[in-house]
Design a binder for this molecule. Structure first.
Ligand code: PMP
Length: 425
């Protein structure tokens, strides 16, 4: 399939060569790299992306779950453009920041106050800092393979050892990790050191780590254990917020102390946020709190306006309809997998899904990585058939994806799945 990919993408190959001279690897985002070189895009609209090679791809990746309304949705784009035309870069707040904050506080019952930055990375970083200050502790508990962005603390226990180069040992020593969905392991960890943890950070549905929903009672156990240890429960909802108006915490019925947000709440522009209990968040009050949180583009008005416009469109009805379509889509994917020559497990919830090529149940990071090599092959085959997916088989639906698009995806999947190499071969 790689030869076919090269044949289809001469313009991207050329751009990639040019890019590699000035950008290591030709990009500035590790996750969008794949061999032999990624495709460059020129335009994106609704469910489709146009490449520099003139191809039109159906986008089932949606900027790693961010573009819930598809690309260039009218209202958020108009709101952002309007703000830019009227002056955006002023070192003062404007009403747009209040509008977005109010929407988030209205929707997420555990979030009483919120602060904005420019990436999910900043969201988890500042939430963790808030938790450390609140508890006067500096140890952090996370989930093995749980991805929360690219700052030192959360990069521990993600990927293999090579992924940890550059993280100081002093940081590694402060961070412990438990396997996802293992209630006993979590109880044991809290028995050993619960009162030393500032927080337990996890996603209600582990996204990058395999799109695996928390099993029933796992989140409740986490809630009980953190509360008993005076440790804070921190949900990273950068990805999972799309699952309900109030995020996955509403869908799964467990309220954390703090929540990190990002991706879709910026309406297509860079954003990160963290929020939660007012007492914890008040540490960031400039007069009475001790914590600083600055950033030239924190609360960037164009982003705030786009985010508020997006949330107004991405309302309870749309979310429910999208989740239902996602549920049906995953069932159909699994159905194709069940009669294919490869062992296929589809995980996910609502509009989020991941394809695994494995015999084993997928419940945590270790079981989710069992089938990785053939997934890249699947990805490139799907890509050659005009479908954009994450190289490791993760995808999601946007509201712009129509039934004809999902049918096209399923046909391509049926065609590709039997042709990929066997797992771990
Ligand atoms: N947390 C989760 C759960 C994520 O999926 C991501 C991004 N994929 C992040 C944090 C980091 O967000 P950003 O890329 O905006 O820094």
């Amino acid at each position: 399939p790689y030869d076919r990919y090269r044949d289809r993408t001469p313009a991207s190959a050329e751009l990639s060569e040019r890019a590699k001279r000035v950008l290591p690897g030709g990009d500035t985002r590790s996750v969008t790299y794949h061999g032999p070189y990624p495709s460059f895009f020129t335009e994106a609209s609704g469910a489709t992306v146009t490449t520099a090679d003139g191809e039109t791809l159906l986008d089932f990746l949606n900027n790693y779950t961010q573009s819930v309304l598809g690309h260039a949705p009218e209202a958020p784009v108009e709101a952002a453009c309007d703000r830019l035309q009227h002056g955006n870069d002023v070192a003062a707040p404007n009403e747009d920041i209040v509008e977005l904050a109010e929407r988030l506080v209205d929707r997420i019952s555990s979030v009483e106050q919120v602060r904005f930055g420019n990436s999910g990375t900043e969201g988890t970083m500042n939430a963790i800092r808030g938790a450390m200050a609140w508890t006067e502790r500096d140890r952090i508990l996370k989930v093995e393979g749980g991805y929360h962005g690219t700052h030192d603390t959360v990069e521990v226990a993600v990927g293999d050892e090579s992924a940890h180069e550059g993280i100081p040992d002093s940081v590694k020593k402060r961070v412990d990790a438990v396997p996802f969905n293992d209630t006993e392991a979590l109880k044991n960890r809290f028995e050993c050191a619960g009162e030393e943890y500032a927080c337990f950070i996890l996603e209600p549905i582990m996204g990058v780590g395999g799109m695996i929903p928390a099993e029933e009672s796992y989140l409740e156990t986490a809630r009980d254990l953190t509360a008993a240890a005076d440790s804070l429960l921190l949900f990273d909802e950068v990805m999972s917020f799309r699952l309900a108006p109030g995020g996955a915490q509403e869908r799964y019925g467990v309220e954390p102390d703090l929540t990190a947000l990002g991706k879709l709440i910026g309406g297509g522009l860079p954003i990160g946020a963290f929020g939660g209990r007012e007492d914890v968040m008040s540490q960031f009050h400039p007069e009475t709190g001790g914590l600083k949180h600055s950033g030239t583009f924190n609360g960037n008005p164009a982003t705030m306006a786009a985010g508020a416009a997006l949330l107004d469109q991405y309302d309870a009805d749309r979310i429910e309809a999208l989740n239902e379509r996602g549920d049906r889509f995953r069932e159909r994917l699994q159905g194709i997998g069940d009669v294919s020559d490869r062992p296929v497990r589809i995980t996910g919830d609502g509009s989020l899904f991941q394809i695994h090529v494995t015999d084993e149940p997928v419940t945590d990071y270790e079981s989710s990585t069992a089938g990785e090599p053939p997934l890249e092959d699947l990805f490139i085959r799907m890509r050659n058939d005009g479908i954009l997916l994450a190289p490791r088989g993760m995808g999601n639906l946007s509201t712009a994806i129509e039934d004809e698009h999902t049918d096209t995806f399923l046909d391509a999947f049926e065609e590709a799945i039997d042709r990929i190499p066997e797992a771990n071969s």
